[in-house]
Design a binder for this molecule. Structure first.
Ligand code: AVI
Length: 319
């Protein structure tokens, strides 16, 4: 183990059998659905990184630009005594901008993907020798607790990327209630939230011309074959993503090109031509709408920052 990173293992991965049960529940439902967590095998994570580089996918570069432009204001609002806790730390790119502005004594990266987490926290420990670095392998969408041994008084959670948008609003509220319970009074939440905007911009972001989002969506079926020994022919489905204005969300689906079945374990799930498997929602919020939701979960708004085109918002809230 790298001497500069304290590793805390809080995750016992669900057995393949229970994941396969979960998939079967969604495939048997009407309409059919799968949880977005099934996107993220190694190939899915690589494709997601590639999505973030696409010219149409504005959230990543816009959030980074806001962090860069507002770094000192953010540091002012958050305070320099924070223990920074990054939820879903992944490649830990955005947090570097914050570390440089906040100079906290202690950082904890929390991610479900052990290898990714270890690589990225080791890189942080090397690049920021003054920083006490902890890594917790955990599924932060499930109840968790902060590991022992973090120095610093005031935890501030950093949840970038508008990953909150992949929960339904009710799930997002429940998640924030759980997070609020982990924070002492005065503890903070710095969170990136994608904003409601012109549908043409949203539709383009999830239908990039290079077809990377389509490949990301279809990789789910490849993964069913690879990891769950499903019988499924991905070329018999096509990618569909559109903005549902009533629900303020992008919906991603895989639409069947013909009458067919997916076999998983001993079950067969029939698709009529044109029937879809709903693979993801990505909710968009107004600034006020998100503040209201977070308020119901026990967070008070302190400050927020947006870009000039009002594409994306970073909120800072406290308990
Ligand atoms: C991870 N999450 C915030 C992305 C989003 O925009 O909802 C996942 C994604 N799906 C398709 N493109 C990107």
């Amino acid at each position: 183990m790298d001497p500069f990173v304290t590793f805390h293992d809080q995750h016992s991965p669900a057995a393949a059998g229970s994941l396969s049960q979960e998939l079967m529940v969604g495939l048997a439902a009407t309409p059919k659905y799968t949880s977005p967590k099934f996107f993220y095998d190694r190939r899915g994570s690589e494709l997601f990184d590639a999505i973030c580089e696409q010219p149409e996918y504005y959230p990543t570069r816009t959030e980074e630009a806001i962090l860069r432009a507002a770094a000192s204001e953010i540091a002012e609002a958050v305070g320099r005594d924070a223990t920074l806790i990054e939820l879903g730390s992944g490649a830990s790119r955005k947090v570097r901008l914050l570390l440089e502005a906040l100079h906290p004594a202690c950082y904890l990266g929390v991610d479900i993907s052990r290898d990714f987490l270890l690589d990225s926290t080791r890189r942080l420990a090397t690049d920021y020798p003054w920083l006490e670095v902890h890594a917790a392998c955990a599924d932060f969408s499930q109840p968790m607790c902060w590991p022992e041994g973090l120095s610093g008084e005031r935890p501030v959670a950093f949840f970038p990327g508008s990953s909150i948008g992949n929960f339904t609003p009710a799930e997002a509220e429940a998640f924030l209630v759980g997070l609020a319970q982990l924070l002492p009074p005065g503890g903070g939440l710095l969170i990136g939230v994608d904003l409601i905007k012109d549908r043409a911009i949203l539709n383009a972001a999830y239908n990039d011309a290079a077809g990377i989002t389509a490949a990301f969506n279809l990789n789910l079926l490849e993964r069913l074959r690879r990891d769950f020994e499903a019988e499924v022919e991905p070329s018999r489905f096509h990618h569909l993503a559109f903005y549902n204005e009533v629900e303020s969300r992008i919906e991603m689906h895989l639409v069947s090109r013909c009458d067919q079945a997916i076999r998983l374990a001993e079950e067969r799930f029939f698709f009529a031509e044109g029937e879809s498997l709903h693979t993801e929602n990505s909710y968009k919020y107004s600034v006020a709408g998100f503040v209201e939701l977070a308020g119901r979960a026990g967070f008070e708004p302190c400050a927020h920052w947006t870009d000039r085109d009002a594409l994306f918002c970073i909120h800072y809230l406290e308990r």
